[in-house]
Design a protein around this ligand. Sequence first.
Ligand SMILES: Cc1cc2nc3c(=O)[nH]c(=O)nc-3n(C[C@H](O)[C@H](O)[C@H](O)COP(=O)(O)O)c2cc1C
Length: 353
Amino acid sequence: MKLFTPITFRNVELKNRIVMSPMCMYSSEDGMPNDFHFVHYGSRAQGGAGLIILEATGVEPRGRITNKCLGIWNDEQAAALKKIVDFVHQHSESKIGIQLAHAGRKGSASAETGRQVSIEEGWETIAPSPIPFHPSERIPHVLSVQEIKTLVEDFRKAARRAVDAGFDVLEIHAAHGYLIHQFLSPLSNTRTDEYGGSFENRARFLMEIVNAVNSEITENQALFVRISGTEYAENGWEISDSVELSKALKANNVDLVDVSSGGNINGVTIPLRPGYQVPLADDVKNSAGIETGAVGLITTAGQAEEILEKGQGDLIFLAREILRNPYFAVQASWESGDDCFYPHQYLRAKPTK
Ligand SMILES: Cc1cc2nc3c(=O)[nH]c(=O)nc-3n(C[C@H](O)[C@H](O)[C@H](O)COP(=O)(O)O)c2cc1C
């Protein structure tokens, strides 16, 4: 199957096309990874995924969605992340990435209810413009140009720490209505300075982050960007914007665009069905000429293979399915007769072909 063929980004070779999609686990204290994360990510490496991408990880404390989210704003966090990275490298053939994130106006939420908590329990949220995600939420603090520059620097420092910790892939989270997406969309960004207005101005924050991250990485790390292909709202961010943005990302040395959708506008209808976001990955891949990741309600190897065969995407991101089954890659390879990494400790349990 094409699903079990390798693919290379810069010098990073993934053994197969199966990616563990970033998923918040809301299990950290002070942004620190712990034994849960070690076992959780280590299991997916033993399960044969070509690439594991760690959950949205805050580049500064306010960049977390909740106070249980992971962080990479200090050396202690980076050292603890390195333990996971080293295990994956030493005991599997998987590569490992991290999603660098800032929640912006969607931060300061409760890990239990998802609702915004008070400033005392959480923090003052930030955004490009004084527009909350939900009318019941506080008006976010509007970022000054100087504060925007500091945030770009936070992403650069986080990238440095990620490289030092040994990550193979860095993914910038520019989707799902978080801070970078808030800048991209004309519905959440009404600024009149160089970070608002025209498409180019709204994309400036992301492009500055891309360049800052690229200044810290080498040919031994790949750079992915996750975007929301559309936000399903009139006069909002649309697939044509995503195509234009992806051309610019390609020109700025981004290796792959991971195409998700939605998250920025409250109350929109999302047409959920198997593979519902695949056409967006297809459009970006074939109109912008950049490799893409397909994600969203992909649950079988057959479905994944069809996406690859049709040339709609280059990597298959699995989220809920790989939570249900950490051994998705290993099992799918047994069924198709393809080769896949399998822990040597478990060889006595391997079915014969
Ligand atoms: C528990 C959970 C946490 C998630 N956290 C993140 C995240 O940290 N970053 C992100 O970009 N997407 C996140 N997502 C979205 C997934 O990466 C994925 O795009 C989405 O679940 C659709 O894929 P699926 O149908 O295979 O689950 C999360 C999804 C789930 C289920």
